[in-house]
Ligand binder design. Sequence first.
Ligand code: NAD
Length: 358
Amino acid sequence: MDSTTCIPVPGDRPYDVLVGRGLLDTLPDLLPGADRVAVLHAPPLKGQADRIAGGCAAAGAKPLLVEVPDAEAGKSIEVAGQAWAQLGAAGFTRTDAVVGVGGGAVTDLAGFVAACWLRGVRWVPVATSLLGMVDAAVGGKTGINTAAGKNLVGAFHPPAGVLADLDLLASLAPVDLVAGLAEVVKCGFIADPAILELIEADPAAAADPTGPQVRELIERAVRVKADVVGDDLRESGLREVLNYGHTLAHAIEKVEGYRWRHGHAVSVGLVYAATLARLAGRLDATVADRHASVLAALGLPTSYRAEAWPELLATMRVDKKARGSRLRLVVLDALARPGILDGPADTLLAEAYRQVAA
Ligand SMILES: NC(=O)c1ccc[n+]([C@@H]2O[C@H](COP(=O)([O-])OP(=O)(O)OC[C@H]3O[C@@H](n4cnc5c(N)ncnc54)[C@H](O)[C@@H]3O)[C@@H](O)[C@H]2O)c1
């Protein structure tokens, strides 16, 4: 059997991200003393949830399977309410635990359910998508969507541990796997250029879930996120760099009514941020151009509709990360040297978009 890599996430409530193969049966080790374990999952991951429930039962804990709607449809207060009702009916106490088996949507929901139940019980995300492994399951941010917007309601609630079982990627749609790689590329630009070299050397291998490259990419991206969130759980400063490419990405997602994959929007957002930094005189053209080339090599989108600009700009101004209506964007001053572009002129924002637009 392959060895398991253990990546520590430091902080007040430290935990480990375990990356490897055949990890599902090790889940009970992360929740010692739990009498009951609720296993939240969407229909596509039912087999894996059943297996985890079986492992919990074998370890002496009573499993409770909680099926929720797939993807964003599960991230609602109604679904969370139904889960809490099931926990209540099963008599869940403070020593019991919640597990989320799925992509980022299910793990966000599971973490939120755990954060609120009795004001916080232990939980473990079992990330099944590449985006979940490198991003959503790491860092302790949990949440749901409401009528007011996506992810506006949530809690910081670090997990007891994270499982990233690479075997699970085999059933993930290739388009979802590649979309998740946009976040990996982001980590390459803000902190770990070896990621970019790995992808450039063999883009097809980077997207092969059975190969060693994808494992190395995941581990490197998790380390980047772990280092950042370990020092800044609550997004007071340092964590902001993880938002690289996300200001435009969030606007594209909103304009598209969330029908675009997050990773696709991030890909365009990364190219935009690099163009902006180049035009602002902060980033040299070689590093800026490398954004589009590495993302395109993976088959990710690097441009968006020109006529959407007024709507995108208006949407960016109400982004969670904006201060007042002044835009604050993460840019690069060099490879692996992120900084902030605070209050850029509208003309600069528009010219960068013109250069990126299709
Ligand atoms: N908490 C955070 O810090 C954070 C960070 C980034 C993203 N997110 C959230 O993550 C969500 C996006 O996550 P996602 O991209 O994983 O999307 P997702 O959770 O919607 O999953 C996408 C689809 O893939 C399916 N799937 C997942 N794993 C599978 C597997 N192994 N085999 C077959 N099908 C599988 C899912 O059932 C779903 O249909 C968003 O809600 C986003 O807000 C959270």
